[in-house]
Design a protein. Sequence first.
Lengths: 145, 145
Amino acid sequence: MYTIGQVSEMFHLPISTLRYYDKEGLFPDMQRQSGIRRFSDREIEALRVIECLKASGLEIKDIKQFMAWCSEGAATYSLRKELFETRRKAVEAEMKELQKTLDMINFKCWYYEKALADGSEENIIEMLPDKLPPAIQKYYDNAHK
Amino acid sequence: MYTIGQVSEMFHLPISTLRYYDKEGLFPDMQRQSGIRRFSDREIEALRVIECLKASGLEIKDIKQFMAWCSEGAATYSLRKELFETRRKAVEAEMKELQKTLDMINFKCWYYEKALADGSEENIIEMLPDKLPPAIQKYYDNAHK
DNA sequence: GTAATACCTAAACCTGACTTTAGGTCAAGT
DNA sequence: ACTTGACCTAAAGTCAGGTTTAGGTATTAC
């Protein structure tokens, strides 16, 4: 059992954020002792899942829905499983997007390195798109698909 | 040369967003013809870079700074290069975060699949953390590091 | 000539996720 | 007794990144 201050330190989250999560219904079963929140292992695990779902791009109101399902027991296993499968697809898509972004960034890093060495961008434009170093080719392709 | 409507279709961005970007200074050199914006190749390329920098997590006001550097010519090559190198680090970090998130999601998918097969979560808790299927082990480790 | 389109601006509005403020309770230490 | 520290609430404020609204111009289509 932990106080809000302890949980705040454990997760490096402001107390105000924990209270906000609680107000939004993310800890539907949290107990209180004369008004004071008691975070049990259940809430600690919930918080880990909250961070995961948030990082996957899920909104607070949908995390609330998930937490409500958790309170409902075995009847919602398949809903919960489907939610995580949808999250998996979303995260995989996001990672692909980020890989494309990284490709373009790498191209730009190469580009400015060349511009710095040349003192101008002129000849870089000229050498595109056929004379690119092979390692840079895909970044260019990606950036100009 | 394109009108705002054509660019809107090319990039699948609302016209209001393009005007907002312009207002925020993201197209510092855009020309107008009797009040109407003319998007040249320069602005089209700028828009590609804007999408890249946005996807990398950069804020609009910092993208504006970058676009201003582009207008200043060769004197800012190294600033621009450093910006992209910083973006590379940020994106790489974000991808690592997303991989951890994905690991936990995969664990949860496995968990609910097992819960559904068993009809209860009881025995799953019991079989943790030593008897996990090897393919799932790292997801659990990650989720409970 | 008038109606439909496509463009324009300034300013207000919106959303999600918090954070801050203002005021209050309660237990422990001095 | 009284101050300190950790907790509490409701409500207002903040911020980024847009979107919507209200009113206007300019060109083409009939």
